[in-house]
Structure formats: C-alpha cells, structure tokens
Design a protein around this ligand. Structure first.
Ligand code: NAD
Length: 481
C-alpha cells in the first residue's frame, strides 16, 4: 500500500491556495512546511494577512444569512457530500498528511476515513425545538439558532480530523466558518478546502493558511461570533483572553495528561499491547493518549516487562514505508521538548525500561520510551509530554492511585483497567475528567460528547452537546390569554 518514501520526494511543492469567498487565492508562498521524517522543507504556502482574514470574515458574514435559512436536511446532504469527497480523495490526502505530519500512511488513511464517518454521524443527529410550557395561558419553547460565523483554529497532530469535526458542527448547525490550521501542517487542510469549494456556496467555508498571529486576529475579530479552538492549554488561555473583548463564545479542546490506572486483577500480558498502543500511537502526539500509567504493585514488574517487550519490537521510521508503526515527532520544537523531558527523567532517577535513544537518522525520531520509578513531582509525571515517553508508576492502595491521578490541573480523560468491571467502573467514576474509560482508552464516537474538565478545556465537541455549542438557545414565550 505504501508508495514512495517521504525522503525520496525532493521537489518543492507550492500548489496550495487559501479558500476565500469561494475563490482559491494564491499569494506569495511565505510559510515553509517541513517533512518531519527528513527535517527538510518540502512545500511552501501563502501566509494569511489581516486583509485575507477580513475578506474571509466578510464573505462568511454575507453568506451566513442564506446558509442559516437552509434546513437541517439540506445541510445534512451537504455534509454527506463532504464525507464522500473525503473518501474519494482518501489516498492523496493521506499521503500529503503523512508527508507533513509524519504519521504512518495507514493511520493517515484512518484519520481521513474517521473524519468522514464522524461528520456523517454528527449530521444524523436531530436538534429539536423543546416545548417547555404549553397550557391555556402560555406557550413557551426553546429553539436553537445558529451563532453566525464560527472561527476554527486547529493543531498539528491530527489536522484533518480536528478540522472536519468542528467544521461539521459549525456548518450543520447553520453557521458559516473561517478555519485556520497549524502553520506546521496546513497542506492537507488546504487541499480539503479545494474539495469544499465545490460543495458549499461561496463564503460559507473559508480556509486560511495563517501563522499564530492569524489565530490571535481571529480570536479578537468582531465579525466572528465563536472560536472553536483545539490546541495547547497555554494557547487556549490566550484565545479566551482575546475573545473576551467581543464576548465571543469559545469551545476549548486543550491538552491532557491522561492517567491509566491498572488494577491488581488484570493479566499484564493481555493489557500491555492495548496500553502501549493507547500511549504511543502517533508517537504519543494525541491529546487523549495514555500519558501516565499507574500499576498496582502486585502486577507492576510484570506489566513493566510486557510494556518493554512491546516497545522493543516497535518499528519506527518514515510513515510512507509499509512496515512503519511509529513516525517522528512532528516538529523540532516538540522533539527538543521531549528530549528535555527524557534528560530530566534520567536526572530524577528514572529507570529506562525500553527506548531512551535517538535513532541515527535524519528527522525528528525518538524511540518509544518507558520509564519506571520516577517521583510524582518529576516533570514527566506533572506535564503533558505529547511524545513517545511514558512513566510507569507504582501504587499499593487504589485510593492513593486515584488521588495521584487527580492531582493535576489537567482533566481531559483517563482509564481504569481491571477484570472486575463493577470495581473498575467505580474507580473510573472518581477520575476528575471529561471521559473515564474502563478497559479501553481513546474510544470516541460522533454521538458521544468529548472535552476536558479542569484546564483541559471548556465545552464539548461531538454529539448533541457539541452541536448545541455552535448555537444560541432562544426562548420564544407567547402569552395566550
Ligand atoms: P498550539 O496551541 O501551539 O497551536 C494550536 C493552534 O493555535 C495553531 O493553529 C496555532 O497557530 C494557533 N495559535 C497559536 N497562538 C495563538 C494565539 N495567540 N491565538 C490564537 N491562536 C493561536 O497547539 P499545538 O502544539 O498545535 O497542538 C498540541 C496541543 O493540542 C497539545 O497540548 C494537545 O494535547 C492539544 N490537543 C487537544 C485536543 C483535544 O481535543 N482536547 C486534540 C488535539 C490536540
């Protein structure tokens, strides 16, 4: 299935344009995109100016009136066509995604397929007017109306999934949208924009290739009614501060430091492959990856051994090569940050169970690394690593494990692993998170809301809650007599 290795693609690509008011707008190629498997620039794209943003917002506002007047059924048909277009272009989009993001091609294909099925799943949900009172005197109902223009800002770890989800929520609920991907990974999103141009009326969807400055302009812009942001906690706080000037609505999907608590009644060999994949998929660059493993002392050594065996057989490399399971870190900044966490973990007495090395090849590669015996106050336990470096910590008492899992400002998700389901579920319900899983991690669906507690976010994406986050509740109250 895999084609040419990314390292063999030498030609510098510049066939990318922004989508503004139904037109593909070129402009001077000012942003450089690096292939993380080689560390080399392989594409250049335009960089959105403030004037580009103003044009996109004006077009979105102009088109909002007509688009919001269409029916849910009409908009559902558009979303379905969007999903079909993603499927039809799955392979070329996935190859581009692997080149700019680094993930293995099969996982890039999955990301495109998942974006399509999530979109269809959300567009199958009905948003109904709720009748609150209906008696001889009064009729009161609660309607949900579109907000207007939604600004969408996305990160670099899953650019298409995290674009298609918020875009579907905004458009299906009758808003128009202006979307800006991460400057590290704008390419697949711009190609997605070319597909969207054929499917939606001009101005309803606008895609800009902007830097961090463009994200700030969007958050401040008086013509944008809501920001749907996915990214780090630090940037999420900046978005909220910038949005305060116009009291924009915000949905913030931010970082996590998910704990997996492994109880004493599991078979370590059986859970290790699942835990390993949940921690290291996309080389750990997943908001809801397992980022801390707490294992009961009775199974601790056996679990460490089984996890280390998984890490030792993991194949890392260029995502375009057929046997690659784990790609590089997406950018140099993140690569250096993870190496810094590795050095700090060694200084703090961490015992390297597997990995710990940097392969001698170009690109931002770090071998999947598991570290035992770290103190709770070490950086790797306290901070979101967003990379292939995971601590395995020991506990004796379940209450202590729950306390340590909750002793953080993060609150995205978490999981509990055990054979006694009732007991594991009781422990899971005590996690201070948006999603607590039992015997699984990273399981999401279009009809299940997802988002963070504490500093991991505000609001929810997906499902009815996510859709309503793109709408204003409006009460219509009629006095009959
Ligand atoms: P980031 O916060 O650095 O950047 C995200 C986006 O914000 C980019 O498009 C960037 O250009 C833009 N941006 C930067 N400065 C801005 C500003 N001042 N105002 C507005 N926008 C600005 O995040 P990242 O490094 O691209 O992504 C990794 C982070 O995203 C991790 O913390 C990860 O956990 C989180 N994430 C969360 C979820 C979730 O659903 N909760 C999903 C994926 C990733």
């Amino acid at each position: 299935m895999a084609a040419t290795p990314a390292a063999a693609v030498n030609a510098l690509r510049s066939d990318f344009a922004q989508l503004i008011d139904g037109e593909l707008v070129g402009g001077a190629p000012a942003l450089e995109v690096i292939n993380p498997s080689t560390g080399q620039v392989f594409a250049r794209v335009p960089r959105a100016t403030r004037a580009d943003l103003d044009r996109a917002v004006a077009a979105a506002r102009r088109s909002a009136a007509g688009w919001s007047a269409t029916s849910f059924d009409g908009r559902r048909a558009h979303i379905r066509r969007m999903a079909e277009a993603l499927r039809a272009q799955q392979l070329p989009l996935a190859e581009l995604l692997t080149h700019e993001q680094g993930k293995p091609l099969a996982q890039a294909r999955d990301e495109i397929a998942r974006a399509a099925s999530q979109a269809e799943g959300m567009a199958a949900i009905d948003i109904r007017t709720e009748v609150l009172v209906d008696d001889a005197q009064r009729h009161i109902e609660l309607r949900y109306v579109p907000l207007g223009v939604v600004g969408i800002i996305t990160p670099w770890n899953a650019p298409i999934n995290l674009a298609a989800g918020p875009l579907t929520m905004a458009l299906y609920t009758g808003n128009s949208a202006v979307l800006k991907p991460s400057p590290y990974t704008p390419l697949t999103t711009l190609k997605f924009g070319e597909l969207l141009r054929e499917l939606f009326p001009p101005g309803v969807v606008n895609i800009l290739a902007g830097g961090d400055d463009c994200g700030q302009w969007m958050s401040e812009h008086p013509g944008i009614d809501k920001i749907s942001f996915t990214g780090s906690i630090a940037t999420g706080k900046k978005v909220m501060a910038s949005a305060a000037g116009t009291l924009k609505r915000v949905t913030l999907e931010l970082g996590g430091n998910d704990a997996a608590i492994v109880l004493d009644d599991v078979d370590p060999k059986a859970v290790a492959p699942k835990l390993f994949f949940a921690a290291f998929v996309n080389s750990g660059q997943v908001c809801m990856a397992v980022k801390r493993i707490y294992a009961h002392e009775r199974i601790y050594d056996a679990l460490c051994e089984a996890l280390a065996a998984e890490a030792s057989s993991a194949r890392i490399g260029d995502g375009m090569l057929a046997d690659t399971q784990f790609g590089p870190l997406q950018n140099r900044m993140q690569y250096e940050r993870v190496l810094g966490l590795l050095e700090d973990s060694k200084r703090r007495g961490g015992r390297i169970l597997a990995g710990g090395g940097v392969p001698s090849q170009p690109g931002y590669f770090i071998a999947p690394t598991l570290i035992a015996d770290l103190p709770d106050d070490s950086r790797l336990v306290q901070e979101e690593q967003f990379g292939p470096l995971v601590p395995v910590l020991k506990f004796r008492d379940v209450d202590d494990a729950v306390r340590r899992a909750n002793d953080t400002r993060y609150g995205l998700a978490g999981s509990v692993w055990g054979t006694d389901l009732a007991r594991a579920t009781t422990v899971a319900a005590r996690l201070e998170v948006g999603t607590a899983w039992v015997n699984q991690h990273r399981a999401t669906a279009a009809n299940v809301p997802f988002g963070g507690a504490k500093e991991s976010g505000i609001g929810r994406n997906y499902a009815e809650l996510g859709l309503k986050g793109n709408m204003e509740p409006r009460v219509i109250s009629v006095l009959r007599a």
